[in-house]
Design a protein around this ligand. Structure first.
Ligand code: MN
Length: 288
């Protein structure tokens, strides 16, 4: 099932180029308390919501995909985790251009560690990436995003895939420079998630998915998730050994070679086999 948030907090199921409005399924969610527990309420109750969605679907209103604004398919993650240097060809291109990528690409993945992106950087593909610092270099990084489905702490790699609710396409947008990753990758709109979340049951092998990104129709990044240095199960094991993962937490699993600059006016097309394809505009930010 491909679940999306669209327009103003509408819940949808995507099929055959249409969005079926199943927002009434949100009534099946428990009433939130305050302070609410960490994690995304919908993802934490995905089984209940799916049941309600399936009952609503036969009579749901259909809207052509191109007529809706897609929001992030995870509304309220407790955190967004990034995996650096996870494709060897990307590591090579970064090491070959120290002026752009800085010397932080020197160490192996376990030495460099995971990083966190601010939740407030998260947008759906219906929103443009807004460049706050047009004088600095902003790069695109296409990544397979994993959405955690249940509370995970000290999970072994052998059980890790059972903790996944679904997958999405992610853009880990990045300003290059000397600051910590968490700052450079946390600018508003610099975490794009979309076009929807495909539930885990629809992806047979997340380590065998082609991924591709074009800018203005020109190929930039092309690879396959089979080429990750640290696979998804190990990533969940590693991440959950440091911090508890909650439903809706987003793991950006690293980018492949071909990262490059975008400027205002550019259009990015990002696609991952079996997950989805999304078009994202790049604009100048008007900082109020
Ligand atoms: Mn990245």
């Amino acid at each position: 099932m491909k679940l999306c948030w669209f327009d103003l907090n509408r819940l949808g199921v995507v099929a055959e180029g249409q969005v079926f409005d199943v927002s009434e399924a949100l009534a099946s969610l428990p009433v939130p308390t305050y302070p609410s527990p960490p994690g995304d309420l919908l993802v934490a109750n995905l089984d209940v919501v799916r049941g309600a969605v399936e009952r609503l679907l036969p009579n749901a209103r259909a809207i052509p995909l191109e007529r809706v604004v897609l929001q992030s398919p995870v509304a309220q993650p407790s955190k967004i985790i990034g995996v650096p240097v996870n494709y060897s060809e990307h590591v090579k291109e970064a090491q070959a251009d120290v002026a752009t990528f800085t010397n932080r690409y020197a160490g192996p993945i376990r030495e460099q560690g995971l990083f966190l992106k601010a939740n407030t950087s998260l947008v759906g593909c219906g929103s443009p990436v807004r460049l706050r610092f047009p004088d600095r270099m902003t790069h695109h990084e296409i990544e397979l995003a994993v959405v955690i489905g249940k509370v995970a702490s000290n999970v072994s790699r052998h059980e890790a895939l059972a903790y996944i609710a679904g997958y999405a396409v992610a853009l880990d947008m990045t300003v290059r420079g000397p600051e910590d990753r968490s700052m450079r990758k946390s600018i508003d709109t610099y975490s794009v998630l979309g076009p929807w979340m495909v539930t885990a049951d629809e992806v047979d092998d997340p380590q065998a998915l082609a991924l591709a990104l074009q800018v203005n129709g020109m190929p930039r990044q092309t690879s396959n998730t089979a080429l990750m240095i640290m696979n998804i199960a190990e990533q969940i094991e590693w991440a959950s050994s440091y911090y508890t993962l909650y439903s809706g937490d987003i793991l950006m699993t690293g980018t492949c070679e071909g990262v490059g600059r975008v400027d205002a006016g550019d259009v990015m097309d990002a696609a991952i086999e079996g997950v989805g394809a999304m078009r994202v505009a790049v604009e100048a930010a008007s900082v109020a």
